[in-house]
Ligand binder design. Structure first.
Ligand code: MG
Length: 154
């Protein structure tokens, strides 16, 4: 078995871009700044899988200096990562995710997020929302952070 962890953080954008987390669009919420669609959850899960398989990270695979990935759908990038992990001889056992933010509320979209992620990785995925209790940059509602752990089996 192999285990990997992923972490990502994105700051809120000033423009009108939509907030997308785990492929779910949160209507009426402030979007995140990023070269791709800034889906911090998809990014953290991708990095957890890549880390577990020893395949580097998404910054190396999909560099933000490459115009090809501008506005990219990160759930499709996650599916590409899963393919790479499978090609390396691994199968995803499960993934566990923490989304840390003051807003939006994660719970109402939790099932949808889990379903999207599960479909992408082909394994059970659990998603939990955590508040930062007003502490630090996340607590000041400057952005959203995400942590993920993935287990791979041969
Ligand atoms: Mg990211």
């Amino acid at each position: 078995m192999r285990i990997g962890q992923g972490f990502d953080v994105h700051r809120f954008a000033d423009d009108q871009r939509p907030l997308v987390l785990a492929g779910v669009t949160f209507a009426g919420e402030r979007g995140l700044l990023g070269h791709s669609d800034a889906d911090a959850v998809a990014h953290a899960v991708s990095d957890a899988l890549l880390g577990a398989a020893g395949l580097g990270d998404i910054g190396g695979l999909f560099p933000d200096t490459d115009p090809k990935w501008k506005g990219a759908n990160s759930m499709l990038l996650l599916r590409e990562v899963v393919e790479l992990v499978r090609d390396a001889g691994w199968s995803v056992a499960n993934v566990d995710v923490n989304v840390i933010c003051e807003r939006p509320k994660i719970a109402p979209q939790r099932e949808n997020m889990q379903a999207n992620l599960s479909a992408a990785v082909g394994a059970p995925v659990s998603v939990k929302g955590r508040r930062a209790e007003g502490l630090g940059s996340i607590g000041r509602v400057e952005g959203i952070a995400c942590m993920a752990v993935a287990l791979l089996v041969p």
